[in-house]
Design a protein around this ligand. Structure first.
Ligand code: C5P
Length: 224
């Protein structure tokens, strides 16, 4: 019997982190995959090693050489170590998100990360969030959630999130960056951001975190 997977896909700043953390608490012992972090890590590693980001083959070759470790469960104690170094803070920047979305459009890069993502699927279960978790990486997932919200609201949330982490940003440029990144993610030919056919779409525009979680709770009940 295959290890069950719940996928949470959607654009940036839509609340996937909130939902995946809640699911992880609810489903004790289940593993988590933050697939966006893998794209961010690979992009930042390439950038720092002065690999040409337009050279998809060279970027893809970097992927298997990186030692990546996720530590901590809660938002405030989460740490991401790359080759033993704490990259958590640099990975969260919107500039890193933009680099990630640039390399993520290239098929060799996606192929290089595919198995690495599937390796996170271990008993008793996996909660995976990203853009193509339900469509490409785990097409047999038991429950596929697709979250959406207006770009303005997502930019506001991202701003709040960044400032809580002590990272400075300004709304207008952040909104513009997020819009550009989402447009690229939605319109790329390979693994574009879109709901899987069987996805449960949750529009979180105007919803409080509690209201979002109540919807997810209902989905969890309905899907056993
Ligand atoms: O989710 P996060 O903002 O960390 O993702 C950063 C970028 O990585 C996204 O904008 C997207 O281009 C890419 N990504 C992807 N597929 C995923 C997760 C992230 O293409 N499953």
């Amino acid at each position: 019997e295959a290890v069950p997977v719940i996928t949470v896909d959607g654009p940036s700043g839509v609340g996937k982190g909130l939902v995946t953390r809640w699911l992880a608490q609810r489903l004790r012992g289940w593993h988590r995959l933050d697939s966006g972090a893998l794209y961010r890590i690979l992009a930042l590693a390439a950038h720092r090693r002065r690999v040409d980001l337009d050279d998809a083959a060279a970027v893809a070759r970097l992927a298997p050489t990186l030692d990546i470790r996720f530590e901590g469960e809660r938002e405030d104690d989460e740490r991401i170590l790359v080759d033993g170094q704490d990259w958590t803070r640099d990975l969260r920047r919107e500039s890193t998100g933009a680099l990630a979305s640039k390399i993520a459009a290239a098929p060799p890069v996606r192929a290089a990360l595919l198995q690495r993502q599937r390796d996170f699927r271990r008993a008793p279960g996996l909660i995976a969030d990203g853009r193509d978790m339900g469509t490409v990486v785990f097409p047999d997932a038991a429950l596929k959630i697709f979250m959406d919200a207006s770009p303005e609201e997502r930019a506001q949330r991202r701003l709040k999130q960044l400032s809580e982490k002590g990272i400075q940003a300004t709304l207008a440029p952040l909104c513009e960056e997020i819009r550009a990144r989402d447009e690229r993610d939605r319109n790329r030919p390979v693994a574009p951001l879109k709901p899987a056919e069987q996805a449960e779409v949750v529009d979180t525009t105007g919803l409080s975190p509690e209201a979002v979680l109540a919807r997810v709770e209902a989905l969890l009940r309905r899907h056993g």
